[in-house]
Design a protein around this ligand. Structure first.
Ligand code: SF4
Length: 76
């Protein structure tokens, strides 16, 4: 399922991240154009809003989602 967040996602809109364009393109292919349901950025955006998605969170950083959601849900 192609991701509906592409227009607002800073990861998707960034041409190069960490000077590793081939890795970025691979991640976009797997998550943004492939199965966006697995994307860590999308999960945080859906729970907290895309403004609260950390800039440096990558689609495959799923191990950070629980911590980010817990912290975000306890902010005022
Ligand atoms: S990085 Fe995630 S949230 Fe952003 S466009 Fe790709 S799949 Fe969607």
């Amino acid at each position: 399922m192609e991701c509906e967040q592409k227009a607002v996602c800073s990861f998707y809109k960034t041409e190069e991240v960490l000077d590793q364009p081939c890795i970025v393109e691979k991640l976009k292919s797997i998550y943004c154009e492939g199965n966006s349901l697995l994307c860590a950025r999308r999960r945080v955006a859906h729970a907290l809003g895309h403004d609260l998605v950390p800039v440096d969170l990558h689609p495959d950083h799923t191990h950070l989602v629980h911590e980010l959601l817990t912290a975000g849900l306890h902010e005022d």
